[in-house]
Design a protein around this ligand. Structure first.
Ligand code: ADP
Ligand code: MG
Length: 861
């Protein structure tokens, strides 16, 4: 057995090997150690190898999916080795001791899942293959759960951004390529051959040329070759669902690099997870497919005004029609995820239930089409989508006639083909039904004949049908002429067979076997029919998803009073009453209100420098404007009273290192690398937000860098930019930079406390509120007043000599500052604090209370 195991393990490579033994998948050696850790199951051992016991653990086959899910989540890949012959076949082949043959039937990896239980309904699951060809990087990506496939190419600097956009759960790359990301799965270089890739795609889609799908390049084909080869390997020769590739070009999409995506928390919050992200705050989709489409829209917003307007018009249409929207969403809510059901069927992993889902989803789509078609004034995008919703008449009809209303997930048991679809099948079922009835009649007759009222005919998996009587009646039926043959004696029952029972049972078994075979044949024919219409079904799924996104965006807009943005070509950004959707929602949960703010950038005033106290709302303001741009270009309404958005080609967001400790890896170096990327890439059409950049180092360095960055952004990149800073000194830049203006978040001191108004105003911040913020944060009063003394001295010194520390010489030492004044202490309070209440009797307590009250009245005035 070990020999077979090692051979399979060699094939499995670095995947965990699930080795089928009876009702279990067993793991051995290091695989067993790793799996038992991740799954928290017992590690045992079995036999020995090289003198040492062999570590082993196992999972039951029927529960394997749940275990697989956990292993995949933990980043493992698994090879499934099944028994590919029965023990009888093995014996016939190789004698009594022959080992059952096993083969790896499938690899389960994060990027190649189709199972409902292993996939997240609201997230696409991308697999990407990347490689370099003569200095250009080709990227091929697919979501095999729905068949989507796209090809693109980029320069090597753009790889990180492209991968960040795709968010692939698995990436494969040539093993000898040094530019591959560290977590990429290495594959043989020979698999990334462009001719082979092109040929595979042509064969897959039955075309002589791929020109009809797009102007693909060699690098893209090379990556596609690597992708298809990997899918081939993982599926052991069965390719999953792949739609014709779509060509992606960087220019059609709003470019955002990885740092920007992370900082804007588009699909995941910085601490990880969807909660607190942009998508979580705006997603009102009622279907998984809609949510996946929305996530894709947000990760790759458009740059083309007509395409954006088309989406906006659809959102607008549903926004103006709340009743239609409500009806539509109600229907969509019940519609199954046909895209993913189709993905399983095409991959050969479909179930009767998946067929049922396709049937129900397609007929819902037709209903939706009829509903929408009955209305006038439809926007162009809807008009374009409607035809995809219908057109499956014959298939829906076939599936409706063929399948029972809710088909099972298991196909081995049969029972999914509806009555009336196949007369031969109906007759087989009738025959076994008749035999069942005959058995019931037999039971009644035997009771009569034997006079044993407790006699029963029962069934189990081992004996099949049998007659059972209580033990005390057993002897009576044992008689040779009774017509019964003994089968089994239990503690309190005896079991028999009879000729008639045997006959009826065989009729059931035979009819059942034929019926199962008939259902199996129908299953093949139905999946074939679905397979034949796969591209049209995928188009229906995509159209439903797009409609769900638009209706969901309209719903969100109606909920929050959002507006339709105006998209223009000039380099402006005029937002009235803008809000941050995530911060606003968090404040609302705490019962607080968000203060809306305006932003007005134009070519003549394109760089805003924003000062003001910590916690004043600078970062929030910066981000809300970036998010509004992103939402608008994704084709949705925006959280503002009005918004005019000059199309943005690239969006950058940077947060100074010291403000960004949560990210852990952030250092001043990272901050500077990320800033350098902006200076190299931002164009006049770009929008940049810089939050406390330069803060990650000592004052003078940081200030100098911030100064130089602002100058460069203003003079060289000439992009629209919001720059939040705590350096007052930067205000001086307003004197030399003509398109720069000064702004601040307002605060007011009230009775010695700082009140943050979260309101943006023009002009420089008048003073630093650092000390007030410190007090707000609970820094002891004596430390704050000491800081105030230091600050006064510093400012005095700078006024006289221009040097920052010049005035510090005659500053009295810290210890010389008096401690809290004695009268601030409260003797009554101190006595109470010193009191041991448990040590007092009730009487003593009462006396003490009188005493305290007397003292209080004596000291008060
Ligand atoms: P800064 O960057 O100026 O230090 P932040 O933008 O991080 O300030 O905001 C600090 C906190 O103030 C936020 O977490 C939020 O609770 C609150 N806040 C920010 N902007 C607003 C606003 N416009 N309206 C209401 N509260 C706000
Ligand atoms: Mg901040």
């Amino acid at each position: 057995m070990m020999e077979q195991y090692f051979a399979l393990k060699r094939e499995a490579g670095d995947c965990l090997l699930f080795y089928r033994m009876g009702d279990f998948f067993e793991l051995f050696f290091d695989d067993a150690k790793a799996a038992s850790q991740v799954l928290d199951i017992a590690l045992t051992s079995r036999g020995e190898h090289g003198g040492d016991p062999v570590p082993m653990c196992g999972v039951p086959v029927h529960a394997a999916e749940a275990y697989l899910a956990r292993l995949i989540k933990a980043g493992c890949r698994v090879a499934i080795a099944e028994q590919v012959e029965t023990p009888e076949e093995a014996k016939a082949r190789g004698g009594a001791k022959a080992l059952v043959r096993r083969d790896i039937v499938r690899f389960v990896t994060a990027g190649t899942l189709t199972e409902e239980a292993l996939l997240e309904p609201r997230r696409a699951n991308m697999l990407a293959a990347i490689c370099e060809l003569r200095g250009t990087i080709g990227i091929a990506a697919c979501d095999i759960s729905t068949g989507r496939m796209e090809l693109e190419e980029c320069a090597s600097e753009g790889l990180g951004a492209a991968l960040a956009r795709l968010g692939a759960s698995e990436v494969v790359a040539p093993e000898d390529w040094e530019g591959a990301p560290p977590d990429a799965i290495p594959r043989a270089r020979s698999q990334f051959a462009s001719e082979e890739g092109e040929a595979r795609l042509k064969a897959l889609h039955g075309v002589a040329t791929l020109d009809g799908f797009g102007a693909f390049t060699r690098a893209m084909f090379a990556a596609a070759g690597g992708l298809v080869a990997y899918l081939d390997h993982v599926g052991r020769g069965t390719l999953p669902f792949l739609l014709p590739p779509v060509m992606r070009s960087g220019a059609e999409r709003l470019a955002m690099d990885e740092a920007t995506r992370a900082s804007l928390e588009i699909l995941a919050a910085q601490q990880g997870g969807r909660q607190g992200s942009l998508v979580a705050a705006i997603d009102r989709c009622v279907t998984g497919a809609g949510a996946r489409q929305l996530a894709e829209d947000l990760s790759a917003p458009l740059t083309d005004a007509p395409a954006i307007e088309a989406r906006l018009a659809l959102v607008h249409y549903f926004h103006e029609e709340p009743l239609l929207r409500a009806d539509l969403r109600e229907v969509l809510r019940g519609a199954p995820d046909i895209g993913r059901a189709l993905g399983r069927i095409v991959a050969g992993r479909g179930s009767p239930r998946d067929l049922g889902q396709v049937r129900d989803g397609l007929s819902e789509a037709r209903r939706i089409r009829d509903h929408l078609q009955a209305r006038a004034d439809r926007p162009a995008l809807l008009e374009e989508l409607l035809p995809s919703l219908g057109g499956h008449g014959a298939l829906v009809d076939l599936l409706s006639r063929a399948l029972v209303p809710s088909p099972p997930t298991e196909r081995g048991q049969g029972g999914f083909i509806a009555e009336g679809y196949d007369h031969a099948l109906d007759e087989l079922r009738a025959a076994s039904g008749n035999a069942r009835r005959a058995i019931a009649a037999l039971e009644a007759r035997y009771r009569d004949e034997t006079g044993i009222a407790a006699l029963k005919i029962r069934h189990n998996g081992v004996l099949g049908y049998f007659i059972e009587v209580p033990a005390r009646h057993g002897d009576r039926l044992m008689a040779a002429d009774s017509g019964f043959t003994h089968r089994q004696t239990m503690a309190n029952a005896v079991r028999f067979n009879s000729l008639q029972l045997h006959e009826e049972a065989s009729r059931i078994a035979e009819a059942g076997g034929h019926a199962l075979a008939a259902e199996e044949a129908h299953f093949e024919e139905l999946t074939g029919a679905v397979n034949g219409a796969r591209e049209a079904i995928a188009a229906t799924a995509a159209a439903l998803a797009r409609i769900d996104v638009a209706a969901g965006q309209a719903e969100r807009a109606a909920e929050g009073g959002w507006c339709r943005p105006r998209i223009v070509e000039d380099c402006c950004l005029e937002i009235r009453g803008g809000r941050h959707p995530v911060v606003e929602a968090a404040l609302a949960r705490a019962g607080e209100r968000f203060v809306a703010n305006d932003c007005a950038l134009s070519p003549a005033d394109r760089l805003w420098l924003i000062g003001g106290p910590n916690m004043g709302g600078k970062s929030t303001f910066l981000r809300q404007n970036a998010l509004i741009v992103l939402l608008a270009q994704a084709g949705g309404f925006v959280p503002a009273e009005s918004a005019t958005i000059g199309l943005v080609d690239r969006l950058f967001s940077r947060v100074g290192a010291s403000d960004n400790l949560a990210r852990g890896r952030s250092t001043f170096m990272v901050e500077m690398v990320e800033t350098a990327a902006i200076l190299a890439q931002a164009t006049e059409r770009s929008f940049v937000i810089l939050d406390e950049v330069g803060r990650g180092t000592s004052t003078y360095d940081g200030l100098a860098l911030a100064w130089a960055v602002v100058e460069a952004v203003h003079g060289a990149n000439r992009c629209r930019c919001l720059f939040a800073t705590h350096y007052h000194e930067l205000s001086r830049l307003a004197e030399t930079c003509e398109a720069l203006s000064l702004h601040h978040v307002r605060a007011r001191e009230w009775k010695g406390d700082l009140v943050l108004l979260h309101e943006l105003a023009s002009g420089p911040a008048d003073r630093s509120y650092g000390l007030a913020v410190a007090r707000l944060a609970g820094v002891p009063a004596r430390v704050v007043s000491r800081a105030k003394a230091v600050l006064d001295k510093l400012e005095q010194g700078r006024a006289q000599t221009g040097g920052l520390a010049a005035g510090l010489g005659d500053l009295p030492l810290f210890a010389a500052i008096p401690d809290e004044p004695a009268e601030a202490r409260d003797p009554l309070r101190e006595r109470l604090e010193a009191l041991d209440v448990d040590a007092l009797s009730p009487r003593e307590a009462l006396d003490l209370l009188y005493q305290l009250k007397r003292d209080a009245m004596a000291t008060g005035d």
